[in-house]
Ligand binder design. Structure first.
Ligand SMILES: Nc1nc2c(ncn2[C@@H]2O[C@H](COP(=O)(O)OP(=O)(O)OP(=O)(O)O)[C@@H](O)[C@H]2O)c(=O)[nH]1
Ligand SMILES: [Mg+2]
Length: 427
């Protein structure tokens, strides 16, 4: 089954907790801090695999998780880092962050990798907190939580050339006569329900990848037929082979077909009409095709090459391939996405816009502090340890939380809540 859109959740592994441990030496009670750092949590990495052509495998996974890092060990030893979880995806996969709608990665090269959710950093053990002033710190940090997000994965097939045209004009017949691809061929409309890729070898040694695409009908760009769903597979192609049934075997005028398809390409968001085109006049073996071709060429106002072929009798197929290969040589890649559609390029703006923390008062009178940074600090604090709690309070002061609480009218003795943690406010 061909699947080209999937929405799933991913959760990278948390960092392992740091630990508190002491050096044990003869006659020395506490011989210095000796607790190691936790290991890093595993990241979730997507990697392009040339053997895949659909997102089917991902469809059955609602949730992808990576393992947590190991706890730190005594003798100041690091806990083991967790292995990254590598997920194979087909060439041409775009990964979106659902919350922001921005692109996390566009994976097009074979073997290309991208971090989709980053594993958490290991918490520091007490050995890491030793300074000249604090020689025996008896606190440690918990591991940082791994990134967690919902993602939308969209496959837009990667091909040099796309066969585009009305249903039944012979697109599948063409790809099966010039490559090893063997899509179903039949006289009814929408025989092809998913793109088929084929490697085409031109007799002069050149080669390219061709995509046979489902047929397009009027209104496809606004959702008619299979159109909209599949027009995205034309986005990455550099050249469009516009196939027209020149025999008019279904009673339509070839020139009308040509204009209607172009209108859909133009209306589609990527402005597919800007791709270089070649017109392939197919079914030239049928009656009326020759007269129709003369008429078609007369009516055609665009300066576009027309190659007349018969996919069934194989007439002129090589000529078609030479022309397509020539066109490809000078066709550049179309950037699919703007720079500012990528999460990576927007992240600083997003973070700047976001307040570091927010304060509101719950109906029970308790002041509540929320915010991503505060939450992370909270999750990395070991509240069993007196010194860790003090460190957490110091960080709150540093981030301006104390000041902001006072501005909100919080007085000594009021209760402040940060996630599950409640404390009495004291100046
Ligand atoms: N006589 C003749 N028939 C052809 C030629 N090319 C294709 N056909 C016939 O046209 C019909 C449709 O061919 P397909 O290759 O399935 O057409 P398609 O464009 O892939 O159609 P969809 O997948 O439905 O969009 C089949 O019955 C083919 O045998 C040709 O060059 N000459
Ligand atoms: Mg077909």
């Amino acid at each position: 089954m061909f699947i080209d859109e999937v929405t799933i959740k991913v959760k990278a592994g948390n960092g392992g907790d740091g630990i508190v441990a002491w050096r044990r030496e003869y006659k020395v009670d506490k011989g210095g801090s000796f607790g190691g750092n936790g290991g890093h949590g595993g990241s979730i990495i997507f990697k392009v695999d040339s053997g895949l052509s659909t997102l089917l495998d991902l469809r059955y996974q609602k949730h992808i998780k990576a393992k947590h890092g190991e706890k730190g060990k005594t003798k100041n030893q690091h806990g083991k880092n967790a292995q990254d979880k590598v997920v194979k995806v087909p060439q041409g996969t775009t990964v979106y962050d659902v919350e922001t709608g921005l692109i996390i990665a566009d994976l097009v090269e074979i073997g290309q990798e991208a971090v989709i959710a980053k594993g958490g950093r290991g918490g520091r053990g007490n050995a890491s907190f030793t300074t000249s002033k604090v020689v025996a710190p008896d606190f440690c940090e918990l591991g940082e939580p791994g990134e967690e997000r919902e993602i939308k994965i969209i496959l837009k097939v990667l091909a040099d050339v796309g066969l585009v045209g009305f249903p039944s004009v012979g697109k599948s017949t063409i790809i099966s006569s010039v490559s090893a691809a063997r899509p179903k061929i039949a006289s009814y409309h929408f025989t092809t329900l998913a793109p088929n890729l084929g490697v085409v070898s031109v007799p002069d040694g050149r080669s390219f990848v061709m995509a046979d695409l489902p047929g397009i009908i009027e209104g496809a760009s606004s959702g008619a037929g299979l159109g909209f769903q599949f027009l995205k597979h034309i986005e990455r192609t550099r050249v469009i082979v516009h196939v027209v049934d020149m025999s008019g075997s279904e009673g339509r005028e070839p020139i009308d077909d040509y204009h209607k398809i172009n209108r859909e390409l133009k209306n589609y968001k990527m402005n597919l009409i800007k791709r270089p085109q070649i017109i392939v006049a197919n079914k030239m073996d049928l009656p009326n095709a020759k007269e129709n071709l003369v008429k078609f060429k007369k009516e055609l106002q665009d300066d576009i090459e027309v190659v007349a072929i018969s996919a069934v009798t194989r007439k002129n197929l090589n000529e078609m391939l030479y022309k397509v290969a020539d066109l490809l040589e000078n066709a550049s890649y179309f950037p699919l996405y703007e720079e500012d559609e990528f999460l990576e390029n927007k992240i600083y703006e997003l973070e700047e816009d976001k307040p570091k923390f927010e304060i509101h008062q719950d109906p029970d009178g308790v002041y509540v502090v929320t915010g991503e940074i505060i939450e992370r600090m909270f999750k990395m604090t070991n509240f069993q340890q007196h010194e860790s709690v003090r460190r957490f309070s110091r960080m709150l002061r540093k981030y301006g939380v104390d000041h902001a609480l006072r501005e909100k009218g919080v007085k000594d003795g009021d209760i402040v809540r940060i996630f599950e943690y409640e404390f009495e406010f004291l100046d």
